[in-house]
Ligand binder design. Structure first.
Ligand SMILES: NC(=O)C1=CN([C@@H]2O[C@H](COP(=O)(O)OP(=O)(O)OC[C@H]3O[C@@H](n4cnc5c(N)ncnc54)[C@H](O)[C@@H]3O)[C@@H](O)[C@H]2O)C=CC1
Ligand SMILES: O=C(CO)COP(=O)(O)O
Length: 332
């Protein structure tokens, strides 16, 4: 696996291009906007999404889908809500044997489908894998030590991809549970908004720890109900990413919650965001999925009420705190 293509030149796609190049791969970075990609190619930097990081001259930067045709694997790194449209545009250029690596952390709102399910619907023959875990783009791009989950039902594909894109500072751990990895990535964004709200309202460190722990229980409940593994929730794509996003102001999801908790209105908080806030879109989809499976996710539900249904924040928190006492664990 010598040539890795990356579709999506936002902060994560650009950082992954840097990491793959650092791993010694031939790299093509594709973005939809010809003007922006020409500017990137000229400056060898992505000032809007990943300022201050030099892009190796060997990284091919292009807005032409034909640039992807010769790749040995393609990392899909556009936001979850535009994956289907992007695949529609790229599909004629992607050969059916090309492994696709889903890197967005979200659920398609309209269909309720996970990223692998959207990809399978658009490109039914391509082998699929999921890349997830605690990975702020800026830190990966700077070469700071990072560990990720690389999951596929095809163990050989997961191992080959890990060898191709991994290195000393970007360490993939392989998994056979892509579904669990996807659930972890999507749900942690919703929970990060909740943790930001707790911080913004100065509800204390105890409340933050309680939210992470009970959030992990919700994530695990959903994962198991969908047929994923509890083990994945204890790993990088579950607890790892949850911890990162629920405790760091670098997280756009946490930052949205923080702004809401401090009293900003939703539109202003979204406008101030440094990029896509996936948790807002995934909240509704996570709730619909849980309802379909007959399970309760009270924290995710509270976030959905606040960010999608305009429910009053104080009243929503009161309702959460007034819930009946339950046994600990993730089954109920
Ligand atoms: N930034 C990060 O640290 C990480 C992000 N991710 C995930 O990666 C995915 C992409 O996020 P980022 O790169 O951070 O987003 P971003 O906000 O930095 O960039 C968004 C990218 O999507 C493109 N885009 C926006 N609308 C589009 C459309 N209609 N059609 C095609 N492309 C469109 C933009 O041109 C831009 O290149 C998300 O699912 C995110 O959760 C995962 C791990 C780390
Ligand atoms: O997924 C991420 C880190 O693992 C990025 O989180 P945010 O999208 O909340 O910034």
């Amino acid at each position: 696996m010598e040539h890795v293509a990356i579709a999506g030149a936002g902060s994560w796609g650009t950082a992954l291009a840097v990491a793959c190049r650092r791993a010694g791969r031939r790299v093509t970075l594709w973005g939809r906007d010809a003007g922006q990609m020409a500017a990137l190619a000229g400056k060898r930097e992505n000032p809007r999404y990943l300022p201050g990081i030099a892009l190796d001259p060997e990284i091919l930067i292009s807005a032409d889908p034909d640039a992807l045709t010769e790749a040995d694997a393609c990392l899909l790194v556009v936001p979850a809500q535009v994956l289907r449209a992007t695949l529609g545009q790229l599909a004629p250029r992607l050969k059916p044997s090309l492994p696709l690596v889903l890197c967005a952390k979200g659920i398609e709102q309209q269909s309720g489908l996970l990223m692998t399910e959207v990809a399978a619907a658009c490109l039914p023959d391509n082998p699929l894998a999921v890349l997830s875990g605690p990975t702020f783009a800026a830190e990966v791009a700077r070469g700071l030590p990072t560990a990720v989950t690389l999951a596929s039902t095809d163990a050989n594909l997961a191992r080959t991809l890990a060898q191709a894109i991994g290195g000393r500072s970007f360490r993939p751990y392989v998994s056979d549970d892509p579904l669990g990895a996807e659930i972890g990535g999507a749900v942690k964004n919703v929970l990060a908004i909740a943790c930001g709200i707790v911080a913004g309202r100065r509800l204390g460190d105890n409340a933050g720890a309680a939210l992470i722990t009970r959030g992990l229980a919700e994530m695990t409940r959903l994962c198991l109900a969908r047929g994923g593994k509890a083990e994945t929730m204890m790993g990088l794509a579950g607890l790892g990413d949850l911890t990162l996003s629920c405790t760091a102001r670098q997280s756009r999801n946490f930052s949205l919650g923080l702004a809401l908790g401090e009293g900003q209105d939703l539109d202003a908080a979204l406008k101030a965001s440094r990029g896509v806030v996936e948790g807002r879109f995934s909240a509704a989809a996570v709730l619909a999925m849980a309802e379909g499976l007959g399970i309760e996710l009270p924290i995710c539900q509270a976030v959905d009420q606040v960010v999608n249904q305009g429910t009053d924040l104080a009243a929503t928190i009161d309702r959460l705190l007034a819930r009946p006492f339950k046994a600990e664990g993730f089954s109920a």
